[in-house]
Design a protein around this ligand. Structure first.
Ligand code: TRP
Length: 346
């Protein structure tokens, strides 16, 4: 049997939905659909490591889901679900908590950074965050996990935990009971570094990434911006005092507009530059605004339509949760069995 490798990713519902992190990221995902068995989850449990307003969290979860579906993460072609609806994540997470050590978790740089900022009330969940992430990944026997640099250490930890458990525990029964040799408990996942990954920067401060919490109102294009907002933001994009349209690091504002165009049209930045010979910054801004409006409008409009019909979104969620659980449950059962929990034989 020629099974496709599992590519799994999770994103917090509370992340800002911007041109940079949504449209760009989803487009690169869509290219992987044929080659991999794609799993995509909205990790609402993870978002609790900072205080959340319950109504806003629920809203953000539906919004993220609507955007992903609208942008092309077709629930028929990928496994799409919300983490809290699949109980196996919390269940395996406890086991992983007992396998990871305090020392290991203490070395996580993200924990160090975030706990410093959390002051004197550091939620224990901030400390055990990577353990839940490991459970997310290992439950589905994922082969590849696309991650940014900030998450690489968490993947390393996931690998260490998986290897440790594979060495310590032998699966008892399993879907393939009787087959020799026995399949280990977990597949060891690899970080997947996306090939091109356009870095879309803040329109007002083009040396910072778009959509960071400190970006100014005009610095980021959000997926729920109106056409008028998008046009205004792009026309006000910071450039420089020169006149020549070039793709170069000393022109970060111009470079960013060209990068946005390239990401959305699939054209090469050099070809775009050639076509702008003799033209002015204003032309580049107007064209980029038009391209961004054309890219966002259908996604935004479809997401808004979906949000009006919670019934449809709930059906997508229920079906996703059912399928996810169906895939996660056998892993959890094998782990329980290998660890020595009493399991009634079917
Ligand atoms: N920790 C990831 C982030 O902050 C989100 C995440 C949670 C994740 N579980 C995951 C990413 C599993 C990949 C796989 O971006």
């Amino acid at each position: 049997m020629n099974r496709k490798a599992v590519m799994l990713s999770g994103i917090k519902p509370t992340n800002f939905l911007t041109l940079g992190n949504s449209i760009g990221a989803i487009k690169s995902w869509l290219n992987l659909f044929e080659t991999y068995d794609p799993i995509f989850m909205v990790v609402d449990l993870h978002s609790l490591t900072v205080p959340q307003d319950p109504e806003k969290l629920r809203e953000a979860t539906y919004r993220s889901l609507a955007v992903y579906v609208a942008a092309g993460l077709d629930p028929k072609r990928c496994l799409l679900f919300v983490q809290s609806q699949v109980p196996e994540h919390a269940q395996l997470s406890w086991i992983m908590n007992c396998m990871a050590t305090m020392g290991e978790l203490n070395r996580m740089t993200q924990f160090k950074d975030k706990s410093e900022r959390a002051g004197s009330h550091i939620p224990a969940g901030l400390f055990t965050y990577p353990v839940l992430m490991a459970a997310d990944i290992l439950l589905y026997q994922a082969n590849w996990v696309p991650v940014g640099a900030d998450q690489k250490q968490h993947i390393e930890l996931t690998r260490d935990l998986a290897i440790r458990m594979n060495n310590r525990f032998t699966p008892q029964e399993g879907p393939e009971a009787g087959a020799t040799p026995k399949k280990p408990l977990f597949t060891i996942p690899e970080p997947y570094i996306p090939p091109v990954g356009a870095r879309i920067m803040d329109l007002q401060e083009p040396t910072n990434k778009m959509g960071k919490s400190d970006s100014s109102e005009n610095g980021a294009v959000y997926l729920f911006d109106s056409d008028k907002d998008i046009e205004r933001k792009l026309k006000r994009a910071v450039t420089d005092s020169g006149t020549e349209i070039a793709f170069s690091d000393d022109k970060p504002g111009i470079q960013n507009l060209l990068t946005i165009q390239a990401a959305l049209t699939g054209k090469k930045p050099q070809d775009l530059v050639a076509a702008y010979a003799g033209k002015q910054y204003g032309h580049l801004k107007v064209d980029t605004a038009e391209i961004v409006v054309q890219a966002i409008r259908p996604v935004r409009d479809e997401a808004e339509r979906l949000l009006k019909d919670r019934g449809e979104l709930d059906r997508i969620l229920a079906e996703g949760a059912r399928r996810a659980s169906e895939r996660a449950a056998p892993t959890l059962r094998r782990v329980y069995d290998a660890l020595g929990f009493a399991l009634p034989r079917a």
